[in-house]
Ligand binder design. Sequence first.
Ligand code: SF4
Length: 148
Amino acid sequence: MIASVPVERVDAFAPTAGSGGNAGTINLELDILDERLQFRIGVADERVALADIVPLARTISARIADVVIATDRRQGADIACRKGCGYCCQSHMVPLAVPEAFRLTEYIYSRPRDLRDAMLRLCLLAARDILNEDPPEFNEHGPIRTRV
Ligand code: SF4
């Protein structure tokens, strides 16, 4: 069954002052399990950085997750994931998409100097650990070999 849901407006690239304005919208429909998600995505009439797509992707993925979580709960499944949990990150390599990597870089460089330097140091230590390991094996879900 396809549930009727309101269209969610996502101003992915909202025009900024002095920009050319809104160039239009993209309508996106996704069938997730037994629900249809509908989005109307605003498109600005200006060039944007690759990292700027991350908030839009997060909004869409959060709506998809809402549908999957609600379905699992209806079926009595227990969902281990919690805000602030770092279980997987501590034992698995978690891949980043290129826009996420750019966004993370922007975030780190927007922090106060002490915090920025501490985060960059952690990134370098993690990169050194990764480079010192054999490459992970991947399947369709991502890396399958856990880090020790
Ligand atoms: S770290 Fe793993 S278990 Fe924890 S919230 Fe994220 S995906 Fe879920």
